[in-house]
Design a protein around this ligand. Structure first.
Ligand code: PLP
Length: 319
């Protein structure tokens, strides 16, 4: 273990790592610590170096795109899907991408190597540097930033609050993963101060959209449902894999408009994200939910197989 790294990681969770030898952090949501090296454009730097400047408009206005990628056995899991989502959102927000997908992957793998972060969570950001009277001249139109952190132990499930009017489904910007994440962070902070773990965000029609950093699914019998993108939810990579790649005989996974009552009446409710995979929901607004596990466990097992196969297929690709 490299010296000078934070001491928070300690144990090993078979659920979260699918058998890989990862460090797991047992600290709170807001206490995660980044590893000592960061990527800034094409170079890896010490995270204490001063690399950013006030002229980077995107940093002050939240103008840019990002993604959180799971690093598994040194492989950037589903990188092409994360990249495609960033490119789509970058076009919508007029953010030039700084390099090609392959170049970005190569640089991020350099960061993984520098941090010995072969099983970790990786954030990649593209920050827009121009476009405001209060900008100043920057060397590049955008900057690429990367950082890694330990995987987190999410425990056995989550307790959710509900927030009405928290997603504007009709907006052309809904579902975009952009730097201005202040609304999500404020909502989750408020929820956590009241003892919840996460928040279900409803749209302007009162439909369920997603959580602040996860998509949501329910199961009733053999039918597994998640809100459609028209709910205003973000097109999560995990959600997308469950809808398009993961097949479990006897279960049907589809998009369905959901209202809060559907969650209370479901056999199972679970949330999905890159770092959590599929995590059960225990309670919503202090009301205990039914704790069927059949659908989630079956999907999780197939998801873990898919992850293992992805690693096997991409392991040999050199950085
Ligand atoms: C608002 C929101 N919805 C859903 C997700 C899940 O997306 P993914 O599966 O790509 O991690 C995230 C991930 O951070 C998110 O921020």
């Amino acid at each position: 273990m490299a010296s000078g790294w934070p001491r928070a990681w300690v144990s090993y969770s078979p659920r979260a790592t699918a058998g890989r030898n990862a460090r797991i952090t047992h600290v709170g949501y807001n206490e995660t610590v980044i590893h000592p090296r960061v990527l800034f454009n094409d170079q890896v730097h010490d995270s204490s170096e001063k690399l950013l400047v006030a002229g980077q408009v995107g940093l002050l206005a939240g103008w840019g795109v990002f993604s959180t990628i799971r690093v598994a056995d040194g492989v950037l899991f589903a990188f092409e899907r994360h990249w495609a989502r960033m490119v789509k959102d970058a076009e919508l927000f007029h953010v030039p991408m700084p390099c090609t997908a392959e170049e970005c992957r190569r640089r991020l793998l350099k960061l993984v190597e520098a941090n010995q972060a072969q099983d970790s969570s990786l954030r990649v950001y593209v920050v827009r540097n121009d476009g405001s009277a209060f900008g100043s001249v920057c060397e590049r139109r955008t900057d690429l930033i990367g950082m890694t952190t330990d995987l987190k132990d999410w425990g056995g499930g989550v307790k959710l609050a509900i927030e009405p009017q928290a997603r504007h489904a009709a907006s052309k910007f809904s579902g975009a993963k952009i730097l201005s994440w202040a609304i999500n962070l404020t909502l989750v902070e408020e929820a956590q101060s009241k003892g919840f773990d996460e928040v279900i965000l409803l749209n302007e029609r009162g439909e369920v959209a997603e959580c602040t950093s996860a998509n949501i699914f329910i199961a009733r019998g053999n039918q597994i449902s998640t809100p459609p993108l028209s709910s205003g939810c973000l097109p999560g990579v995990t959600r997308d894999l469950l809808l398009s790649e993961i097949r479990v005989p006897g279960f049907d996974v589809r998009e369905t408009t959901l209202v809060p009552g559907d969650l209370y009446n479901a056999d199972e409710v679970f949330i999905t994200s890159t770092t959590r995979e599929l995590l059960p929901v225990l309670e919503i607004e202090h009301k205990q939910l039914q704790q069927g596990q059949r659908a989630r466990q079956a999907l999780q097992a197939e998801f873990s197989k898919y992850l293992d196969q992805y690693i096997a297929d991409h392991k040999a690709v050199p950085a």
